[in-house]
Design a protein around this ligand. Structure first.
Ligand SMILES: *Cc1c(COP(=O)(O)O)cnc(C)c1O
Length: 453
C-alpha cells in the first residue's frame, strides 16, 4: 500500500504485535491442535462446507459438556488466584484458554463465540459491534480517510459520514462519478454497497478493487444484502467487509449486530483486528451477551435460510417480471393481469442484463443466487402506500433478513425515495404462498379502486 503521508494516522502505521517469531510459532502450533485452526487441521485437504463451519467453528471455545452454548451475562471476570500470574490485560484461564476475559467492553463469552463463527464464514477475522452503523462508524474511525467515495444505498451510512465529517472534515465523493473517483488519494476509502438497498441490484466489486489498487485506496464493502453463501467479497480483493448483522446473521428480527471482517492477507501484514478491538474498547459499541448468544443460535442455520430466501425471491421476481413482459407483448393497455395493471417495474440483481450473460462479472460475483431483497415500483404512489395493508403473509415493516417476509412502503423511513417504491424482503415461507398473497393483494387494490369510483 502506497503511503502518501497526507492522512494523519494510517491504520497501517499502528504498532503491530511484534512478539517475535519464536512465540508466534509456538502459538500457531497450539492453535492447530486446539485453537481456531484445529477443526480445519483435522480434515486436512478436505474443505468444510459453510454449514459445517456454521455449526462447529466455535467448538474450540466450548469447555463444557453442554451441546448448546451457555449464555453468560457477566460483565466482569475473576482474575487468577495466583498473584504471580497477574499481568496487564491478560487473564488467561488454563481451563478455558480461548474463553478468557477481563471486562465485557473488551470481550465476553457469547460475542467471542459469535466472532469465531463469523470469522470462519466470512473467510477473515471478524469483530462485532452493537449495530451495523456502529460497525461502519468504527471502520471510519479506524481507517480515518480524508475522503470517502460512496454511492446511493443505505441512507444511514450517509448519516454516519455526516457525523464523522463534523469532527474531521471528511469529504464525501460520488462513487459512480469517474471524475470524483479520480480525485481520491492514497489512504482514502472506496465504499461499495452490494447488492444495494433498497433495489437489490449488485455492483461490480472487481471493478472497484482495481480502482482502489490504482489509487492506493482501501476498498470497503457493505455486503449486508448478500451474506455467505451468496457472495465472498474477499475473493474480489476487498479490504474490509461490513455487515449489518441485524439482518441475515441475526435472521429472526430480534437482535442488533454489526460486523467488520478484515481480508486475511491485510490482517497478516498489518494486524488490523488488534487495532479495531483496541478502538472498540473506547468506542464502547460492543454487542450485548444476549444478542451474542442469539447470534450464534441464528448462524447455525444461515446457509439454509439464505439459500431458500434467495431462491424464493428469484422465483417471485421471475413470476412478476413474466407478468409484466406478457402484458408488454400484448401491447400493454389491454392486459388483465393484476400485476401488470398495478406494477410499473421491478429492481433486483436477477434482472440486471449481466445476470443473463455467461461469464459476466455478476454471475461470477453471485454464483449462488441474487439475494432475497427486491423492489417493486408501483404505477401509482397510492397503490404503493395501500398494498402492504392488503397482504397476509408479509409484515408491513422496515428492516430485512428475518425468517418473516417483510414489505415496506419505503417512503416511511427514507425521505429521499420515490413514493412508488416498495421494498420486499423474502422470508422462509413457501414461495407459492407468497406469490398467492401478492396476487390477491394486487387484486384487492384494483377491487378497492372500482368500489371507490
Ligand atoms: C440495516 C442496514 C445497515 C445498518 O445496520 P443497523 O444494524 O440497523 O445499524 C447498514 N447497511 C445496510 C445495507 C443495511 O441494510
Amino acid at each position: 500500500m502506497a503511503q502518501s503521508g497526507t492522512n494523519g494516522s494510517h491504520p497501517d502505521g499502528l504498532p503491530v504485535d511484534e512478539s517475535g517469531p519464536a512465540s508466534t510459532t509456538v502459538a500457531a502450533a497450539a492453535e492447530n491442535t486446539q485453537g481456531p485452526g484445529a477443526l480445519a487441521a483435522r480434515f486436512g485437504d478436505h474443505k468444510l462446507s459453510l454449514s459445517s463451519l456454521s455449526v462447529h467453528a466455535d467448538d474450540y471455545i466450548n469447555n463444557h459438556r453442554a451441546v448448546a452454548p451457555p449464555l453468560h451475562v457477566s460483565t466482569t471476570f475473576r482474575y487468577n488466584d495466583d498473584p504471580d500470574r497477574l499481568r496487564a490485560w491478560d487473564n488467561t484461564d488454563d481451563n478455558a484458554p480461548y474463553d478468557s476475559h477481563i471486562y465485557s467492553r473488551d470481550s465476553a463469552p457469547n460475542t467471542t463465540r459469535l466472532e469465531a463463527v463469523l470469522s470462519a464464514l466470512l473467510g477473515g477475522p471478524a469483530v462485532t459491534y452493537s449495530s451495523g452503523l456502529a460497525a461502519f462508524h468504527a471502520m471510519l474511525v479506524f481507517l480515518n480517510p480524508k475522503r470517502i467515495a460512496i454511492g446511493g444505498g443505505y441512507h444511514g451510512c450517509h448519516g454516519v459520514i455526516d457525523l464523522v465529517a463534523k469532527l474531521t472534515g471528511l469529504q464525501k465523493l460520488e462513487l459512480e462519478d469517474p471524475a470524483a473517483l479520480a480525485t481520491l488519494q492514497p489512504g482514502d476509502v472506496i465504499h461499495v454497497e452490494t447488492p444495494l438497498n433498497p433495489t437489490g441490484e449488485a455492483r461490480d466489486l472487481d471493478f472497484y478493487a482495481a480502482r482502489a489498487r490504482e489509487l492506493g485506496c482501501y476498498l470497503t464493502v457493505d455486503a449486508t444484502f448478500a451474506p455467505p453463501p451468496l457472495q465472498q467479497p474477499f475473493s474480489h480483493g476487498v479490504d474490509v467487509v461490513m455487515h449489518s448483522g441485524t439482518k441475515y446473521f441475526g435472521g429472526h428480527s430480534d437482535l442488533l449486530c454489526g460486523v467488520l471482517a478484515v481480508h486475511p492477507a491485510r490482517e497478516e501484514r498489518h494486524g488490523w483486528v488488534r487495532g479495531l478491538r483496541g478502538e472498540r474498547l473506547f468506542l464502547g459499541s460492543v454487542m450485548g451477551s444476549m444478542e451474542g448468544w442469539l447470534g450464534v443460535r441464528s448462524l447455525r442455520t444461515l446457509e439454509l435460510r439464505v439459500e431458500r430466501q434467495s431462491a424464493s425471491a428469484g422465483r417471485l421476481v421471475a413470476w412478476l417480471d413474466g407478468e409484466l413482459r406478457a402484458a408488454q407483448k400484448d401491447g400493454g393497455g389491454g392486459s388483465t393481469s393484476p400485476v401488470a395493471k398495478t406494477v410499473e417495474r421491478l429492481q433486483h440483481a436477477s434482472l440486471q442484463p449481466e445476470a443473463a450473460q455467461e461469464g459476466s462479472w455478476l454471475r461470477k460475483q453471485m454464483p449462488r443466487g441474487w439475494g432475497p431483497v427486491f423492489s417493486i415500483i408501483m404505477r401509482e404512489a397510492d397503490h404503493a402506500r395501500r398494498l402492504p395493508s392488503k397482504l397476509h403473509l408479509f409484515h408491513h415493516a422496515t428492516s430485512l433478513g428475518g425468517v418473516e417476509s417483510l414489505i415496506e412502503w419505503r417512503a416511511v423511513t427514507d425521505k429521499n425515495i420515490a413514493k412508488t417504491v416498495l421494498r420486499v424482503s423474502v422470508g422462509v415461507e413457501g414461495w407459492e404462498d407468497l406469490k398467492e398473497d401478492l396476487l390477491q393483494g394486487f387484486t384487492a387494490l384494483l377491487d378497492e379502486d372500482k368500489s371507490r369510483k
